[in-house]
Design a protein around this ligand. Structure first.
Ligand code: ADP
Length: 388
């Protein structure tokens, strides 16, 4: 059917894709196009842009004036643009549609050169001017960002599951090792007692034996401390001496490290005021801070930790500083938020948990981020028990 253009002016009967005329109000159509959230573009068989709505303007940064009448390739990256003319020509000459009626993810190119993913669905309509292709485009960047975030969270969850499995294995290992270690200690003590009683051993051998007993006892204490640390315990508040908790935390964190290469500067006053606290939770804060500090000085030339205790305004302050590089700027503002980490294997939970423990005790955890050759200094503040 040959369509006379004049016959189908605005508000009059127009052909549809099926060739049947309907009455369309141009004003209504324009308002649909202009208010649509998705970009809508219409091109002819030569790929010239016939219609380009407002959403397209914000998507690509080109105004309608710049695009109308031009080849649609101008909003495509080079790789797509090269094939597009050929693709339209093939289709017009009766080839098989590759995208029409299917829709797929493609890439668009904005005026400033930015390339971005788009979900594109294309329909074809038969008009009195020939075939026209209608493309509907949705910016996929927000969806992609959300997908990436979900993926990140998933990776973190998997990592967390692994960490908690390791914790369980650690607890089981501590339990399993305790028994043979106790047996070793008892055997050594038995030999020591017998030799003292009947004088069957010379002094050097007795001394060596005593040393072996002491080392086995120490190993037993370390295991006990590890078990206490990983075991779930009901929260309890009591008067605690923070300096004792810090010493134990140092021992836990330096387990298995060449501790001698790390210098620890303790600045504790003689009388450290007691605080009312849950010792397990408070120790968790120090383990977190000390572990971070030890990791921060790992590649530093000078490996030094400085722990200072002082009280002011009814609060006990504990500074944990290190000779590392300070807090990475990209993480500084988010430091205490969950999942903020600069470490490939990090969970980014230590500081957020530590701060909430300190705050739930009526105190706080703050940081001086350091940088420029200074390491970070974290300060834990806890209310002291006041004398009546
Ligand atoms: P994680 O150790 O799992 O990353 P944290 O919440 O304990 O989680 O620490 C968050 C981030 O804070 C670390 O990834 C690191 O970038 C930074 N950070 C913490 N302590 C220090 C420190 N002493 N020196 C430098 N950066 C630190």
């Amino acid at each position: 059917m040959i369509v006379n253009r004049k016959k189908y002016e605005t508000g009059k009967a127009r052909p549809t894709a099926l060739g049947k005329p309907i009455t369309v109000s141009k004003a209504r159509l324009d308002s649909v196009l202009e208010t649509a959230v998705d970009g809508i573009i219409v091109i002819d068989e030569q790929a010239r842009v016939l219609s380009y709505n407002r959403a397209c303007e914000s998507l690509f940064g080109y105004s309608a004036n710049e695009v109308l009448g031009e080849n649609v390739k101008m909003i495509m990256p080079e790789s797509y643009a090269r094939e597009h003319d050929q693709y339209v020509a093939n289709y017009v000459q009766g080839g098989t549609p590759k995208i029409i009626g299917i829709g797929r993810e493609v890439r668009g190119r904005a005026k400033d050169g930015t390339e971005f993913p788009i979900e594109l669905s294309v329909g074809v309509a038969q008009s009195f001017e020939g075939r026209q292709f209608i493309g509907i485009m949705r910016d996929l960047r927000p969806r992609k960002a959300a997908e990436e975030r979900v993926q990140q969270l998933q990776t973190q969850l998997v990592h967390m599951a692994r960490v908690s499995a390791i914790d369980e294995m650690g607890a089981a290992l501590a339990h399993e090792l305790n028994q043979p270690l106790t047996a070793v200690m008892l055997y050594l003590q038995a030999i020591s007692k017998k030799s003292t009683a009947d004088g069957s051993m010379d002094t050097t051998t007795t001394e060596i034996l005593e040393k072996a007993v002491r080392e086995a006892e120490r190993a037993g204490q370390i295991i006990q401390r590890m078990r206490n640390f990983v075991e779930k315990q009901a929260p309890e508040r009591r008067a605690v001496n923070v300096s004792v908790l810090i010493e134990e935390a140092i021992e836990l964190v330096l387990l298995g490290r060449t501790a001698r290469s790390i210098e620890i500067d303790r600045r504790f006053s003689d009388s450290v005021p007691m605080v009312e606290a849950d010792p397990v939770q408070i120790q968790q804060i120090f383990v977190n801070l000390l572990r971070n500090a030890v990791q921060a000085i790992d590649s530093a030339e000078e490996k030094r930790l400085c722990i200072e205790l002082y009280s002011a305004d009814n609060l006990l302050h504990i500074d944990v500083g290190d000779s590392g590089p300070g807090i990475a700027p990209e993480i500084a503002s988010e430091l205490f938020n969950a999942f903020s980490t600069s470490k490939s294997g990090g969970l980014g939970l230590g500081l957020s948990i530590s701060r909430s423990i300190a705050q739930s005790h009526g105190g706080d955890l703050t940081v001086n981020p350091g940088g420029n050759g200074c390491g970070a200094v974290f300060t834990v503040s806890l209310p002291v028990i006041l004398d009546d």
